[in-house]
Design a protein around this ligand. Structure first.
Ligand code: HXC
Length: 274
């Protein structure tokens, strides 16, 4: 994988180049497509990033490539591997390692996800549990492990949700159930943590082209038909996710709490994915 963004993002976007200077973002799922572009945008705008996951080789490659985005800055990305988001103690360790290195965590992206296509009749209890444990329990564990640090910085959390659960999407039961739970968790945290200055929001990507999640679920004919039905007449881009992420973490969103920002070109308002 190579970086999705480059320094033109700083010039072309509306954001100040040093918007997140001195800040630290902690990201689960940071080497996947959606979270990866979120990390790239934050780093390009001055942030440091800790990317957390299971696969050491994948994370290390990701770390190296992200550092190449900003060659004039040192020490912008930390890869913390052998972390399974299903295990709270491992995330506690990762959060501590981040703070030991950089002294703070300002922003958290809970994005680690697992998914596959399977009909209910063939879905084993363990398969359901596996996806819900990675997506929903993993998001809870991520927020819980980083909360002590977010309270100190009056930081913000973004959960990566989806739009599946707005429809009745076949063969996507576990991920739909998990993402519905993530929305509920984020709303709960917005209300409980708001008084302490910590904001919680979700980004719900729709059909974002060239992402792992979308490529698993689509084929060329479906993409063509879908594109014609999307009100904005195009698939989403990774840049769309990057811009929304920057907005939600920026002071521009300082009064946005407990929201789910749907980035789908208006598709879910049409009432169908097919
Ligand atoms: C049916 C399956 C299956 C499949 C695994 N299982 N794959 N069942 N169809 N394709 C079942 C297994 O048989 C087993 O049940 C149970 O799930 C657990 O499988 P393991 O391989 O032991 O689990 P684990 O190693 O923890 O892997 C988790 C995983 C895997 C979710 C199953 O796919 C994974 O790690 N994925 C991570 C990468 C990924 O999925 N990325 C997608 C991100 S995109 P039994 O009963 O046999 O024990 C994304 C987008 C979502 O999530 C929203 C988009 C809009």
């Amino acid at each position: 994988m190579v970086n999705f963004l480059d320094s033109t993002f700083i010039k072309e976007s509306s954001w100040k180049p040093d918007l997140f200077k001195g800040k630290v973002v902690f990201v689960t799922g940071g080497s996947g497509t959606i979270c990866r572009v979120q990390v790239e945008a934050m780093v390009l705008l001055g942030c440091k990033a800790a990317i957390v996951g299971r696969d050491n080789d994948k994370l290390e490659k990701c770390r190296e490539e992200i550092c190449e985005l900003v060659p004039d800055r040192e020490d912008v990305c930390l890869a913390i591997s052998n972390i399974d988001v299903r295990e709270f103690s491992q995330l506690e360790h990762a959060a501590k390692e981040t703070v030991d290195k950089w002294g703070r965590i300002d922003y958290v992206i809970a994005g680690a996800a697992g998914n596959f296509i399977c009909d209910f009749a063939n879905l084993s209890p363990n398969a359901f549990k596996s996806v819900v444990s990675i997506d929903l329990l993993g998001s809870f564990n991520t927020a819980k492990a980083t909360l002590p640090y977010l309270l100190k910085t009056k930081g913000a959390i973004i959960f990566v949700s989806a739009t599946f659960h707005y429809y009745g999407v076949p063969f996507q039961g576990p991920v739909g159930a998990a993402k519905a739970g993530i929305d509920a968790l984020s709303n709960n945290l917005a209300v409980e943590l708001g008084p302490f200055g910590v904001r919680s929001n979700c980004i719900a990507p729709g059909a974002i082209r060239d992402t792992e999640g979308f490529s698993r679920l689509s084929n060329p004919q479906y993409v063509k038909d879908l594109t014609e039905k999307i009100p904005l007449q195009r698939l989403g881009t990774k840049r769309d996710i990057a811009e929304t992420t920057v907005f939600l973490f920026s002071p521009a969103a300082s009064y946005v709490n407990g929201d789910i920002i749907v980035v789908d070109g208006g598709m879910w308002h049409t009432g169908t994915l097919f």
